[in-house]
Every structure is written in C-alpha cells, then in structure tokens.
Design a protein around this ligand. Structure first.
Ligand code: BDR
Ligand code: CA
Length: 314
C-alpha cells in the first residue's frame, strides 16, 4: 500500500523559487496540499498573493484555499527583494490572469483552523518566506505547537548570509518572528543557505525542464531562467539556487537531505549580525536543541524528484 500523503500548508511569498515550491507542493503524490498562505516578503503582500493566485491558475489548483496573511514583519518595516525577484515579484515569468480567487480568511486564521481541526501530528508547515504568519499563528493559538508534525522552513544558514554577510533574507526580514518560531518546542527543520546553495539550477537542469512541454514545465523553466539572470547580475552566482524548492523536496523525501541536530538562536540585537541564525554545532554543546539543520543535499536525486514532479503536474 502506498504511504499516506503528508498534509502540508505552504506559507510563501512568490518569488521565483516559491513558485517552484508551489508546483512541487501541488504535483507530488507524496503531499496533500491543504492550503497556500502568503506573507509580505520578496514583494508586497498584494503582489505575492497575486502571484500565488496566478501560479495556482496555471496549475488548475481549484479547491485549495489561497489566503493572504501579514503584510509586514512584526517589528520592523518590510524591505522587499526587488533586486532578485523584480517589481512584480515574478519578473520574467508569463502568467495568465488569475482565475483562482483568494480565500476570504486571513492566513493566520486559516493556519490555526486547519491545524486545530485535523488530528495532531498530521500537518506539516512549510514556510518559504518570512515567518510572520507562523509566529502570529503560534501567538493566536499556542496549542498548534503540539499539533503540528514539523515546521520545515527555508531560512537561515550556518555560516553564511545573503541579505547581509551573516543573515539570510527570510530571517533578516522578520527576526522577531523567527525568534518565536525557533523558540517553540515543535520540531523545526532548518533548510538554510548551506543546503540551498547546493541546489543550483545548472544549464543541464534547464534543458531537462525545457523538454517538459507543459504549462507548469514552462513556468518552472521561466522562473529559474529569470532567477539565474538576477543571481548572475546581483549576487555573483553562475547559476541560481532554488532555495524554497529544497524545503518541499525534504518533505517529499527526507532522504534527499542530511541533517544534524543543533540548537539555533536568532540574533536580534547584533549591530552587524541581526537576523543571523546562530547554530551551536559544538559536540559538547550544553543544550543540543530540537532543530534539525540541513547540511548536505543529494543533488542528483533532488533534481530527479523536481523534474519528475513537474512532469506529473501537466
Ligand atoms: C529566500 O529569500 C527569498 O528571496 C527566496 O524566495 C527564499 O525564500 C532565500 O534567502
Ligand atoms: Ca521565498
């Protein structure tokens, strides 16, 4: 008998790599996508929600609620990633007008409602943007902590940053929210830059995607081509890392990613280090923590899973 599909909520800010994450979340038979929620991050909330609805339209995602959430971080103003994702948040991707309508519920309410109405341990949260909605949901209904199976988030890094020398964009955008999420007793899996910088969409990957002549194949190929242009122009990368897709990839098949357990603290006050994830990897660390920190990607298998899942989407 095939194992039960894992129920997931994708909390995202599309964003090129979020769009790929959404394709995988919908297309994988290993996953049961209960809802898509959006948060201000790569672009304003209005724009990322519009993008999520347009991607949902390409995927024919009817019956899965797409709900908008928080439009700004808990404490500081929103600083978008326009230099990477463009003024629309998905520059370079041809999207149809959205025919999928937004769900009227606030994302935070929807997350709480879904987690509280399903059996404990059956819903995995996959945040691929700033953690504002997830932190708000925890504050709104603390009992979700004991009911969520895992929080598999794209964010942070062990020794590297992208928004600053040491801070990754999603954590840097809302460090207070990240502090709340990492501080709860649920299992957090941190898919950080150490891992996602191993998931580079090389020309060989793009060629494989181009051969999938479907709506979602074209969408993913265009998203990664545009992301590649931005990463070459602004970040000095030869090929773009497909950050958010790695978090969904882990949930599809945890064997794709090696992890190690460590305590993670979010730096809130450092003059040069605000938004950094401080990962205690000392063998004699006084408190091993509950977070699983991703270290190593099985690249070949990861891309095979991505390509196969995109192919299945049609
Ligand atoms: C993260 O920041 C965003 O720009 C991407 O969508 C990804 O979630 C990478 O640091
Ligand atoms: Ca994102």
């Amino acid at each position: 008998m095939a194992p039960m599909a894992r129920r997931i909520i994708l909390d995202c800010d599309p964003g090129h790599d979020d769009a790929v994450a959404l394709v995988l979340a919908h297309g994988s038979p290993a996953l049961d996508l209960l809802a898509v929620t959006t948060v201000g991050g790569n672009q304003t909330l209005d724009k990322v929600t519009h993008n999520a609805l347009s991607v949902a339209t390409v995927l024919g995602l009817n019956g899965v609620p797409v709900a908008a959430g928080c439009d700004r971080p808990l404490v500081q103003p929103l600083r978008t990633a326009e230099h990477v994702h463009g003024s629309s948040g998905l520059d370079g991707v041809d999207l149809p007008p959205a025919s999928v309508q937004p769900d009227p519920r606030h994302a935070v309410d929807l997350i709480v409602e879904l987690v509280m109405s399903h059996d404990p341990g059956t819903i995995t949260l996959i945040p691929t943007g700033p953690l504002t909605n997830i932190a708000m949901a925890v504050r709104r209904e603390p009992r979700i902590v004991g009911r969520v199976a895992e929080v598999v988030l794209m964010g942070g890094g062990r020794a590297t940053g992208n928004a600053t020398a040491v801070a990754e964009f999603n954590i840097w955008t809302d460090p207070e929210a990240a502090h709340i999420v990492f501080g709860e007793s649920w299992r957090v899996v941190m898919i950080g830059l150490d891992l996602t910088h191993q998931a580079l969409a090389t020309p060989e990957v793009l060629t494989r995607l181009a051969a999938i002549e479907t709506g979602s194949g074209r969408l993913v190929e265009q998203a990664l081509t545009a992301l590649g242009r931005a990463y070459r122009a602004n970040r000095g990368f030869p090929h773009p890392p497909v950050h958010d897709a790695c978090a969904v990839g882990y949930v599809i098949d945890p064997g794709l990613v090696t992890t190690r357990r460590a305590r993670v603290e979010v730096e809130l006050t450092g003059r040069h280090t605000r938004g950094m994830t401080v990962v205690d990897t000392r063998p004699d660390a006084p408190n091993p923590g509950t977070t699983l920190v991703a270290t190593q990607l099985d690249r070949q298998r990861f891309w095979d899973v991505v390509i196969e899942t995109v192919r299945r989407c049609g």
